[in-house]
Ligand binder design. Structure first.
Ligand code: ADP
Length: 454
């Protein structure tokens, strides 16, 4: 109970109300008392003035204070206060209670020297201070305090209602989040929190949903990855096993051909393992790029030259068409070379004898666009969206023959995207394919290039 938001909110509200009501009561009481005291002092002053007038008139009539006692007694009775009159020497000549008559005045009351407006003084008038509060003031104070207490109780009740309403509002998404997180912890990755709340709690719920999406995706990828890898490994391993068993059973000879074939499968396995490791490092962001300002046309020229022999062996013409004055790009030359090699190798592999492969490069706005175009078999349009997916092959048997791991384009895409570029393909079956990728040109280099060209 004590740990519930509802309870804590209620306690916080009650505390605020109690503190506010008590503070208001203290300030109001203090202010009220001050006003009352000032009013009382003014009243006392008026009363003293009236008594002074009576006594001054008495003294002026007689020329002395003799027998003033009866007048003082009447005045005391009339005003309901003790009135004491001393002559100018300080001897009491009148006391409405009679106790101090003819004695010295020893009480610590504030006196009024009479007459106030004349230079010759005839005596001092004292009036007992009011004891405690005037009854009207006490009643008024009680009423004010009563209303404050009733107000505070009412406020607590209203706070209770507001708390129930508000806390439901606040705690609902939190409870939903807690439930979802609990289920998530148990491995149910489909849990999401529905909320339209725009507050921090709503944002937390939305962040949770995004995290859940990513985790579910990652989990999905992880499961697929394991299945895919197992599937990919199974092929070459079962081929090697089949060939070794055939040799063991005497069905095949361990000749050069058999060893060559096993070696080929092992090479495929080792390429697969290398590619997988490279891809997983890249996807985990742990792959180190050696980014430098460099000339991409040089990279293209090197790759094309290295693959000329392979193309020639298949009677494929491999040419380049590089726009002059391309600006330098911020690239890891080795990795961009790897992307290009992969695309050109694919193009050669999927282009028949007598075909052509052309690598072109041009400046397109703020990026250099490289295109590897072949006149080969092309890719069916239905397959185009999957071509960059891991282990995806249009023609599985054909790919096996070319020794492809099915990871080349996935790695190429990851590398290009790591450079801040894009990779895509356009293809038509029977006419050939065009693979494009871009690399951004640094703003300063781009300006230089435009001026140079202009
Ligand atoms: P692989 O190792 O199989 O070549 P990639 O990821 O490089 O793997 O390519 C994936 C698939 O895309 C290939 O198996 C092939 O079916 C298809 N492909 C790639 N490049 C071309 C191309 N230039 N022409 C036709 N098909 C291609």
């Amino acid at each position: 109970m004590i740990n519930k938001i509802q309870f804590r909110l209620l306690m916080a509200f009650i505390l605020i109300i109690v503190v506010a009501a008590s503070t208001a009561s203290i300030f109001m009481g203090y202010n009220f008392q001050k006003q009352v005291d000032e009013y009382q002092a003014q009243l006392d002053q008026n009363t003293m003035s009236r008594i002074e007038r009576v006594l001054v008139r008495y003294y002026t009539g007689l020329g002395s204070w003799s027998d003033v006692q009866s007048v003082v007694e009447q005045t005391g009775q009339f005003y309901g206060r003790r009135v004491i009159l001393t002559d100018i020497s300080g001897a009491v000549v009148g006391d409405s209670q009679g106790d101090l008559l003819n004695k010295a005045f020893t009480l610590k009351w504030k006196g009024m020297t009479m007459p106030r407006n004349a230079p010759i003084k005839i005596g001092v008038l004292y009036m007992s201070p009011l004891e405690g509060q005037a009854p009207e003031v006490v009643i008024l104070m009680r009423q004010v305090n009563f209303f404050l207490v009733v107000g505070a109780i009412l406020a607590v009740c209203v706070a209770g209602f507001i708390t129930v309403f508000l806390s439901g509002f606040i705690s609902k998404p939190i409870q939903a989040l807690t439930r979802a997180a609990g289920q998530f912890g148990k491995g149910d990755f489909s849990q999401r929190v529905k909320t339209r709340d725009k507050s921090e709690v709503g944002q937390l719920a939305r962040s949770f949903n995004i995290m859940a999406d990513n985790l579910e995706n990652a989990e999905h990828l992880r499961r697929n990855m394991v299945t895919d890898v197992a599937h990919e490994l199974r092929g070459p391993v079962s081929n090697i096993r089949g060939q070794l068993e055939a040799i063991e059973d005497g069905l095949a000879k361990p000749d050069e051909k058999a060893i060559g074939s096993i070696h080929e499968e092992i090479m495929l396995l080792s390429r697969l393992i290398d590619d997988l490791q490279e891809l997983s490092l890249m996807e985990a962001g742990r792959f180190k790029f050696d980014m430098q300002i460099g000339d991409i046309s040089q990279v293209i020229a090197q790759v094309v030259e290295a693959l000329q022999g392979k193309a020639a062996a298949q009677k494929i013409s491999l040419t380049t068409d590089i726009e002059k004055g391309l600006p330098p790009c911020n690239i890891d030359q080795l990795r961009i070379g790897q992307v290009l090699r992969n695309l050109v190798n694919n193009a050669i592999a999927h282009t028949g004898e007598g075909g052509s492969v052309k690598v072109s490069a041009k400046l397109s706005f703020d990026r250099v666009e490289v295109c590897v175009a072949d006149s080969g078999e092309g890719i069916p349009s239905a397959e185009l969206s999957n071509i960059f997916e891991r282990f995806y092959r249009v023609d599985k048997s054909r790919s096996r023959a070319t020794g492809g791991t099915g990871l080349g384009l996935t790695i190429a895409r990851t590398l290009v995207e790591a450079h801040g570029g894009k990779i895509w393909v356009e293809s038509e079956v029977g006419k050939g394919s065009r693979f494009f990728f871009t690399v951004p040109v640094p703003a300063a280099a781009n300006g230089t290039a435009r001026n140079h060209k202009g």
